[in-house]
Design a protein around this ligand. Sequence first.
Ligand code: G6P
Length: 613
Amino acid sequence: MCGIVGYIGRRRALPILLGGIKNLEYRGYDSAGFAVVSRRGVESRKAVGRVARLEEKIGDPDRFPGTAGIIHSRWSTHGEVTEANAHPHADCRGRIWLAHNGIIENYKELKRALARTGHTFHSETDTEALAHLIEEFTIRTPGLAIEEAVRLALLSVRGTYGLVVLDRESPDKLVAARNFSPLLIGIGRGEYLVASDASAVLKHTKNVIYLDDGEMAVLTPREHTVWDLRRRPREKPLHEIEWTLEQAQKGGYSHFMLKEIFEQPEAIENALRGRLVPKDGHAQLGGLETVHERLAGAERLIIAACGTAYLAGRVGKYMLEACAGIPVEVDVASEFRYRAPVFRKGDVFLAISQSGETADTLAALREAREKGVPTFGIVNVVGSTIARETDAGIYQHAGPEIGVASTKAFTSQVAILALLALSLGRQRDLSLTQGQEFARDLARIPELMRRTLGVDDEVRRIAAACRDFKNFLFLGRKYNLPVALEGALKLKEVSYVHAEGYGAGEMKHGPIAMIDERFPSVCIAPRDSVYEKMVSNIEEIKARRGPVIAIATEGDQEMGAIADHTIFIPKAAEIFVPLLSVIPLQLFAYYFGVEHGHDVDRPRNLAKSVTVE
Ligand code: G6P
């Protein structure tokens, strides 16, 4: 998730590029850079940190006369946050400059092949490989048009991209291309902008063309042409943006939280891409290579995390124990660090953190390291402290999460824990057939999530109908117990009502005393191995006149008849149901908070990243 802006026209490019990229800052970034081309050649500057740091470095932007240029704000996926890793990336001769959003999956192979033909690389990024690949085509065929070199290079690439290319030898052209990473073209008078997001072009034009996957565009100050990668021309409809700047940043959603809930299918695709290998029934976790042996021989896994990340860890425990037969302990990091944990030979420690900066998780990690335990992390923010201090790790690639209440980071962490369970399982007793079935079921989840998001309207109605309740009980069993805890946590966070998550089997040991007609229960009751038990619990609640909102499997008429409100989710393998069942709970918390007029993106008293104890 990076910001990209390109400009070609009659005006000076740099001030327009800077203005545009600042409107993408909400996406999160860690470094920025630009390249502009003029008669003096290509001029480029990069800086680590916010765009303001780049501006300091630039000084007076009028010093750069180029009328064509590209700018990028990076949210790292490959390589640490350094100036060398910041975009745009160039080829060996500084001719071809590239700003890219997405992941080039086969970049290692490409780099190896290009290094053999004499290319030298200056960054650890996947993007740089593509700049050199484009260069390679221009070397092989002198005089080749830049757009053709880009097209040929893209035919050799596996992965996702939204990209813009600047060529010193064709200063009157920008080449843009898209595959699974958004890109649009803003059409002005005698000028064009390219951007990863409408908010970057709004100041200059409201007329845009959205590129679709597998399309590329060539822009000159006078005209634009769009083709697919087989050189077939594409007729593109012109759209008029009707959003304000703020609406555009939220992609048309009313809040970041809602946008991020809807981004979950894509976040899971990003977590699985290049890692899940259904045909081999395996998961390739490149980031764990350095601890591979110790993990393979691990006798116990200790997970420490906070808040929602902790609850992802609790789902992971069920998955890892079921698939890999490895004992897993999960602890809130703030307890773990102070309870004198006992470590044994064969222990491996896992920290889970969206931000990679949570103080307690970091302290727990340091405690484990001090005791000589091998450590690894599941982290979203590349180059964060936890990512740096663990021996190895798996990045989530979920994109920036802006809403304080975590949503897409949770499901992405659960998906990665599923990959881990598969990988460790296959090193142990999970057979090839079982592994293949697991992988096939997991690969279907993004699509099933998209279908689950169809409950949006229904959940909004239910939240409105429940608006006067002051207490909620969330109940689940087995894989869905942590989901019940997460549902209650979400509701507390964004709507400030009392909500408790409980294992349904524990209900008789206390919570049932609270049940009456003013105390609703949200029951996660998919058709799974504990379905009958959940039905009994729901009957017990109904017998005490407690209102019930059930999350049930599509087609479950029995549940529809018992519960007051039933939200149906698609059928999925039991182990992956948490990735679906959590969605209505996130939406319920969101709409309940909105219904009460709360600032759901920035709930009172909460912070996105808790860097103090
Ligand atoms: C805060 C946030 C939560 C998050 C928790 C852990 O409490 O509000 O949404 O789950 O910190 O954060 P981490 O960045 O370590 O996942």
